[in-house]
Design a protein around this ligand. Structure first.
Ligand SMILES: CC(C)(COP(=O)(O)OP(=O)(O)OC[C@H]1O[C@@H](n2cnc3c(N)ncnc32)[C@H](O)[C@@H]1OP(=O)(O)O)[C@@H](O)C(=O)NCCC(=O)NCCS
Length: 382
């Protein structure tokens, strides 16, 4: 036991192992490395369903019928546009702003334009409507946000596009290929929800003060950004590019382990035997590489994965294969974490609704280790 554990047996740094709520939204089975959304295996949803179906399931609590999904899609399409004032705010941001700054700012700015802005925080139906509007706008914000950052005008979303297609069309200005849409849609399903991860929990803490869903989402996006969480997919790709070629990978990883470097896209608080979403994305990324006659990334990944498993017993998380899958799809690296946002908004809003349906302020305790009972000395005598 560490000194801290000895001194404070009830304290768990990083809240590791602490149960902070009851939820029916998703279940992580660490032993089986599996993930289910409301009882459905995430791989079935990713392979046989669509991101829209996942979003419906997470927000509304059940899989939609054909008619319900059609109606849901119609609402998503109708709510996809972004008001001009939000684009003006994004255009006014400094040029060095990261796309995550744009998406966080956009949701902050969008809040007052929501028709349910003044609804009671615990109004379930109003929260569901807000959740759908929030999910609907994400791919437009990220796709057109990319255009704005690159000095291009925002494009009008097309009504026939899915959320995955909408993002791919807007950011590139071109009709996406079917395979690209398929991979993007599957990755959005896999990223849509993941229990009490840092950003979802932060989002719940925010709404639990009886704040609103937009504030929760802004908190979530800010929390997701860090490289220990959602930012890991971008960092993982920079790392793979730094390694450069399979013949350099072994020396690179040996040196990194020797120097106790964090290997981005590896490790997980919940999955100690491997992240099942990573197995699926590795398969997809491998297929993409083979189709393109480019196995460089898979070869680098194999060396890193084998060495990390043998020497550290640490396995890749979903961010590692997603990074090079996105790269093979020609997605700019700085959009990887914003894409995580596009997906995870379904999870954030589902959790916000669940929190507000049965709310209790989230307020843990802290151990105070500072000074006590000091005598106040007036400023001129210090
Ligand atoms: C995700 C993460 C923060 C989980 O962390 P955690 O549950 O707090 O686990 P810890 O950071 O305490 O790691 C436990 C041990 O494994 C090591 N470890 C964990 N992830 C590692 C990684 N990616 N590379 C190298 N070592 C790692 C730690 O250094 C630590 O070793 P030590 O006991 O010798 O100090 C951590 O694995 C990490 O930083 N990964 C890289 C970032 C990443 O990919 N994030 C996305 C998560 S989906």
């Amino acid at each position: 036991m560490s000194d801290v554990a000895n001194k404070y047996p009830n304290y768990s740094p990083g809240l590791e192992g602490v149960i902070a709520g009851i939820s029916t939204i998703s279940e992580i089975d660490s032993d089986r490395s599996s993930l289910q959304y409301r009882g459905y295996d995430v791989h079935d949803l990713a392979e046989k369903g669509s991101y829209e179906e996942c979003a419906y399931l997470l927000i509304k609590g059940k899989l939609p019928t054909e008619a319900e999904l059609k109606e849901f899609n119609e609402v998503l399409i109708a709510e996809r546009e972004i008001p001009d004032y939000v684009y003006d705010i994004l255009k006014a941001l400094p040029k060095n702003a990261h796309p995550m700054d744009l998406v966080r700012t956009a949701y902050s700015a969008l809040a007052p334009s929501d028709p349910d802005y003044k609804s009671e925080p615990t109004d379930h139906e109003a929260n569901v409507r807000k959740a759908i509007r929030i999910v609907a706008k994400a791919s437009t914000i990220v796709g057109n946000g990319h255009r704005i950052r690159n000095g291009l005008s925002p494009l009008k979303p097309k009504a026939e596009h899915s959320i995955a297609q909408n993002f791919l069309y807007l950011f590139s200005g071109e009709e996406p290929k079917a395979k690209t849409v398929e991979v993007m849609d599957a990755s959005l399903c896999l990223y849509a929800e993941h229990g009490f991860n840092a950003s979802t929990f932060a989002n719940r803490v925010t709404v639990a003060t009886l704040s609103d869903l937009y504030s929760g989402v802004v908190t979530g996006i800010g929390t997701l950004r860090g490289p220990l969480h959602g930012g890991a997919n971008e960092e993982a790709m920079h790392m793979i590019l730094e390694i450069g070629s399979p013949d350099k990978a072994q020396a690179w990883i040996d040196d990194a382990i020797e120097n106790k470097k964090k290997i981005m896209g590896f490790g997980h608080r919940e999955y100690k035997k491997g992240d099942s979403r990573a197995f699926y994305m590795s398969k997809v990324a491998k297929e993409l590489g083979e189709e393109q006659g480019n196995t460089t990334f898979t070869e680098i990944a194999n060396i890193l994965e084998k060495t990390m498993a043998e020497r550290k017993n640490i396995f890749p998380n979903v961010d590692f294969p997603s990074a090079y899958a996105y790269y093979l799809l020609d997605i700019p690296i700085d959009l990887y974490t914003p894409l995580f946002v596009v997906a995870r908004l379904a999870g954030y809003t589902a959790h916000a609704i669940e929190q507000l349906d049965n709310n209790r302020l989230i307020r843990p305790k802290v151990i105070y280790e500072g000074a006590h009972n000091l005598e106040y000395v007036s400023i001129e005598n210090r």
